[in-house]
Design a protein around this ligand. Structure first.
Ligand SMILES: O=C(O)CCC(=O)C(=O)O
Ligand SMILES: [Fe+2]
Length: 295
């Protein structure tokens, strides 16, 4: 079955081609895709995202790709630590940083991944935009974050809307009980905040840890109640976050800057998915502006 997304991409067909655009593509043999991420599986992922506020796609990205990201990330993190404003605080010993749109981070196989987009095409009724590429990093000494949502509801708590924004997360290291798993309470994206908090406090809805392997991806509603947990190890636990929103949602901060040469190399359909500032060159130093993060 072929399906058309809001830009007219033949989503199902693109899953089976080597690389939709010929740039940076991971080569997915058709047999792999149809075996693992067939229409029924993609439907199941979208269903759990709508119902639970989260779905986990196991083993989506190759290990080698995650290793390349991890090496580049470690360098970037060191550099940002030594620069005023280079990291945004996220409570105790926990940081947020924006990734630069350069190799290996600028990669259509990641930010325009056909499997991720096939899930997004199922949950978003209209076009959506990528507005964020960053990382959440708890380090040794981090504590439980306050339970929170990353966005406010569109109108009021009592008015439940379809998903209008999602966070796509993937770790650069294995996430274990020791290094601070992301924790979330299923189904709380459709509850008023106070009701969700009360159900978590009473134990009616557990707050669950998400243990992930490098290559695993989770897609979640930023309205689901969640928190970071303590990283007890001496190694940072970077969790990449890509934020996608419906085309009409304007978020307060815009930190997506893309070098012109890279932007111009992308197919128009992918350019349209990016809400970004196209720049002649990236600034040497990035000051984080995404400071208010919990609602
Ligand atoms: O990294 C984590 O585990 C969660 C971080 C988080 O939810 C946030 O900072 O908004
Ligand atoms: Fe959060």
């Amino acid at each position: 079955m072929n399906e058309m997304n809001a830009w007219g991409w033949q989503v199902q067909r693109s899953l089976g081609t080597e690389s939709k655009d010929g740039i940076d593509g991971i080569v997915y043999p058709r047999s792999d895709l149809t075996a693992h991420w067939n229409v029924a599986e993609l439907d199941r992922l979208a269903e759990s995202l709508n119902r639970d506020g989260i779905c986990v796609i196991r083993n989506l990205f190759p290990q080698t790709l995650i290793e390349d990201w991890a090496i580049a990330f470690d360098q970037l993190f060191q550099q940002r630590k030594n620069q005023a404003g280079g990291l945004a605080p996220r409570e105790q010993s926990r940081y947020y940083l924006t990734l630069p749109w350069i190799d290996p981070f600028a990669n259509t196989a990641i930010f325009a991944n056909p499997v991720i987009l096939a899930v997004l095409n199922r949950v978003f009724a209209q076009e959506y935009r990528l507005v964020q590429l960053g990382a959440d990093v708890p380090v040794q000494g981090s504590t439980y974050q306050e339970i929170h949502r990353d966005f406010r509801p569109l109108f009021m708590d009592q008015f439940v809307t379809p998903l209008y924004a999602v966070a796509v997360n993937f770790p650069l290291v294995e996430v274990t009980a020791e290094n601070g798993p992301f924790q979330m309470a299923l189904g709380t994206h459709v509850l008023p905040r106070e009701e969700g908090l009360a159900k978590i406090a009473s134990g009616e809805i557990p707050i669950e840890s998400f243990y992930l392997q490098p290559g695993d991806v989770m897609i979640r509603s930023p309205l689901a109640l969640h928190r970071g947990s303590p990283n007890l190890t001496d190694r940072p636990r970077p969790m990449i976050v890509m934020g996608y929103v419906m085309h009409w949602l304007h978020t307060a901060h815009l930190d997506l800057r893309i070098p012109r040469a890279y932007y111009e190399s992308l197919p128009e359909s992918i350019q349209q998915m990016l809400r970004c500032e196209v720049v002649d060159r990236l600034a040497e130093q990035q000051v984080e502006t995404y400071i208010n993060f919990k609602y």
